[in-house]
Design a protein around this ligand. Structure first.
Ligand SMILES: Cc1ncc(COP(=O)(O)O)c(C=O)c1O
Length: 393
């Protein structure tokens, strides 16, 4: 049948891809606020700190000095060198992109053919499965329940690998669970990968500097897999630079070249002024990061204790990032909610607190509360949830 002239038709490659649930919830909360309601949104992963002053100053100076044209597609030499030094790599192994998200998209677009599989331990950051699907691949999600610390086990990894597997996508520290893989855990997963030379490893370490316990990079724990490891990181989270849109990938040269080729046709490269800002961030004093981490740790303990004091909520301590990811199944049973999405909608309507259902991360029965917010907002949010829960049986 012929389409009617002018009728909009989506490409098959974006079938099922919608605006992320996190964005939808945050936008609903923003709309409710605009309608005059007092909404406490604890839903997004945007640090409430400002970008450090010295970073803003460096960006301003770069713009005034005329660094306002296209840069090399893979990024400026100065920034790539700083990133290479940070990761113990060479400049040719580094590509700078418009955020870690574009690094992930570039990697998938550059490597996946239809039907290729990507193993994604669940819960996972919402965009992973959509990026894989958009690139024509198949996301193979592997449940990693709370009882196993939300982490992938070597046996589960081995069972998920097929001849079509191209990548394992690992995220440590994890959004949403905060889980951090120990050196031994990484080594055990690496041992499985050693038996499957066709499987590459993407380690998303964007929250590396937001760790409350020891963090170890996959690249450090399993250096022998360097020729098939892509490390993804950036300045968005630790330096509070989400709007500057700078992330990077560090990996084998042929992969970085392929990713750069993709990027060249999509954005031509990351923003020149933002690259100068990211360079200043990497080269600058990091004591501010430590101070902020101490502050976040206080909030983490406050939120975990507050949630665990509520009947129906069980919240493990996250080791990194700035999210609590409690189990809310008992709360759902108390309130007669069929899904965690229903429970979160009820909390938004009843308590005016916006949090994200675990289903958005592939693990129903949970909810994600971001503690990248001020202590007043967190306290208000916690007491509103507690008050709403008291109205349940
Ligand atoms: C696990 C994870 N990876 C990547 C990103 C994207 O980072 P960026 O803002 O640098 O694109 C996020 C942002 O929330 C994230 O949580």
């Amino acid at each position: 049948m012929l389409d009617r002239p002018g009728q909009f038709r989506r490409a098959g490659r974006i079938n099922g891809i919608e605006i992320s649930q996190i964005v939808q919830i945050s936008e609903t909360a923003a709309q409710m606020r605009a309608d005059g309601l007092d909404i406490d949104a604890l839903s997004t992963g945007v640090p409430d700190f400002p970008t450090p002053d010295f970073v803003v100053t460096a960006a301003h100076a770069a713009a005034l000095a005329g660094q306002t044209g296209y840069t090399a597609t893979a990024g400026t030499n100065a920034l790539r060198d700083a990133i290479a030094a940070e990761h113990g790599a060479e400049r040719g192994q580094v590509v700078v992109s418009a955020g870690a998200k574009q690094v992930l998209a570039n990697a998938m677009l550059a490597t996946l053919d239809p039907g290729d599989e990507v193993i994604i331990p669940t819960p996972y950051w919402t965009s992973y499965s959509d990026i894989v699907a958009m690139a024509g691949g198949t996301a193979v999600t592997v449940p990693c329940p709370m009882a196993q610390g939300f982490k992938l086990t070597p046996d589960a990894l081995a069972a998920a690998i097929t001849p079509k597997t191209r990548w394992l996508m690992l995220n440590s520290p994890s959004n949403p669970s905060g889980a951090i893989y120990t050196a031994d855990e990484i080594r055990a997963l690496a041992e499985v990968l050693r038996h499957h030379a066709h499987v590459w490893l993407l380690a998303d370490e964007i929250y590396e500097h937001l760790s409350y316990v020891e963090f170890i990079s996959f690249a450090t724990a399993a250096p022998d897999l360097a020729d098939r490891t892509l490390i993804v990181s950036g300045v968005s989270k630790a330096w509070a630079m989400t709007g500057w849109r700078i992330g990077w990938g560090v990996g084998p040269v042929p992969l970085i070249r392929a990713m750069t080729a993709v990027q060249g046709q999509v954005t031509s490269g990351a923003c020149s002024v933002s690259q100068a800002a990211a360079l200043a961030a990497l080269q600058g004093d990091r004591s501010l990061l430590t101070e902020r981490l101490v502050d976040l740790d206080t909030r983490r303990q406050m939120v975990v204790a507050g949630l665990n004091a509520m009947r129906g909520i069980t919240c493990p301590e996250p080791d990194g990032a700035f999210y609590a990811f409690p189990n809310i199944e008992a709360l759902m049973a108390r309130g007669g909610f069929a899904t965690c999405g229903e429970a979160c909608t009820w909390l938004l309507d009843k308590a005016h607190v916006a949090i994200v259902p675990g289903s958005a991360f592939g693990l129903p029965g949970h909810a994600r509360i971001s503690f990248a917010y001020g202590q007043t907002e967190l306290n208000t949010g916690l007491s509103r949830i507690a008050a709403a829960l008291k109205t349940l049986r």
